[in-house]
Design a protein around this ligand. Structure first.
Ligand code: SF4
Length: 410
């Protein structure tokens, strides 16, 4: 493996890389990592080569995790030399990697200059009836503009969209982390599931996310089952309809509140696309036919905030709201972050909420908290990123106001 990026990241072992690393002379080259098959076919035709080369190169990149053209042995020496000249295969730079005792892995990638240009990716292993599942939570943006009140990423404000190279690079690196010591011929893909649920709102970086998901599903790349690729949105309604036309993947909704008044506060995009519109979009997304579709139900994500959205009446409102939507509900114990104005609901409260929903006929699970020792749990991504937008200051103000209200309510 001779990629400069990969070699440098492997030397880090959780240490911050020196910012004095010299710029790579390959910076001007075309990066093939984030190209879909159609884009790669066009690329090869444009350089006067046969388009079947696209499939060959994709397999080397995404199935054997090779970044050095010299190792692509079914490609002629002449073409390899030509590719070496004009293009590269380059994952984003890893600045930290942490492997938890419980098997959870986290990477922090640098995707630009400055402390605010970091994104995180988390891999969570779990046993289920199909064997060992490795689920990768991928980021789609640096920061996020939507400012959900329980989310630490939202407090950083929006920096920029990730490119397809940077999105698929997270999946590439997670797979590669299990294969780096394995001879090329014996390498295989390790990540079994992907959730577009990391930093950012994926439907607000639509084209790059769509193109990346096509690479995930492509048999010449990761060949993932469409049921194992999930896009999670806070509710960008027009883009949910667009997604239904463009690709068949599983959909998750960050619901977090069962009525508009509360959701306006927790998930402010609700003011633009209220619950009635969101639920109707989910209903349109569900496929009416085809057992093979990934769209037989929607997953509802619901973070449990003590005394805010975890009361018996909220469970009853959920039952009413979701009664005509095939759905599975995932209750998420809140992971407090510094200055968060919320606490985690008690275990008993969460179990009682689950029971109410289960008794009403819903499949309702409680997410296990994982990777606490490496801050990998949901809502803790890039906890130490520099605040470049004075959001922290505004946030502190909101917290103080909320505490004041709670005090006056006794
Ligand atoms: S929960 Fe998702 S959409 Fe909301 S602020 Fe956080 S990253 Fe953005």
């Amino acid at each position: 493996m001779s990629s400069a990026v990969v070699v440098s990241s492997e030397n880090l072992d959780g240490q911050q890389q020196s910012s004095s690393t010299p710029a790579s002379p390959a910076a001007e080259k075309v990066n093939l990592l984030g190209m879909s098959r159609a884009q790669l076919e066009k690329f090869f035709e444009d350089i006067g080569e046969k388009k079947f080369r696209a499939g060959q190169v994709m397999k080397w990149i995404h199935q054997y995790f090779v970044t050095d053209f010299a190792e692509m042995t079914n490609i002629s020496g002449k073409l390899r030399a030509k590719l070496e000249q004009i293009c590269e295969i380059k994952a984003p730079e890893v600045v930290h990697r942490h492997y938890s005792k419980d098997g959870t892995r986290k990477w922090v990638f640098r995707v630009g200059e400055g402390a605010g240009s970091l994104v995180e990716t988390v891999l969570i292993p779990a046993e289920d009836k199909t064997g060992l599942r490795k689920t990768l939570c991928i980021s789609s943006q640096v920061g996020c503009a939507l400012d959900c009140s329980f989310c630490s990423t939202g407090k950083q404000g929006f920096q920029r969209d990730l490119t397809p190279d940077e999105i698929i690079g997270q999946l590439w690196m997670a797979n590669y982390s299990y294969m780096e010591e394995v001879p090329v011929a014996e390498r295989e893909r390790s990540v079994t599931n992907v959730v577009m649920m990391g930093m950012g709102e994926p439907l607000l970086n639509y084209d790059a996310v769509l193109s990346s998901m096509h690479i995930m599903l492509d048999d010449f790349a990761y060949g993932m089952s469409k049921r194992r690729v999930t896009l999670s949105t806070s509710g960008v309604v027009p883009k949910i309809d667009q997604l239904a036309k463009d690709i068949d993947v599983a959909l998750a909704i960050s619901l977090h509140a069962p009525n508009d008044e509360l959701r306006n506060e927790l998930v402010p995009i609700n003011k633009k696309y209220p619950l009635a519109q969101l639920i109707a979009a989910c209903q349109r997304y569900i496929a009416k036919d085809g057992n093979e579709s990934a769209r037989k139900h929607v997953t509802i994500e619901y973070v449990m905030l003590e005394g805010v959205n975890d009361q018996p009446e909220h469970a009853q409102q959920m039952i009413k709201l979701l009664k005509n939507l095939p759905s599975k509900i995932n209750l998420i114990p809140f992971n407090p972050f510094p200055h968060a104005p919320y606490g985690r609901s008690s275990r008993n409260r969460i179990i009682s909420f689950q029971k109410t929903l289960s008794d009403a006929g819903f499949v309702c699970t409680i997410r296990q908290t994982r990777g606490d020792d490496i801050d990998a749990a949901c809502g803790q991504l890039v906890g130490q990123v520099a605040d470049r937008t004075r959001r922290a200051e505004q946030w502190q103000k909101k917290v103080t106001q909320r505490q004041e209200i709670l005090r006056t309510q006794g």
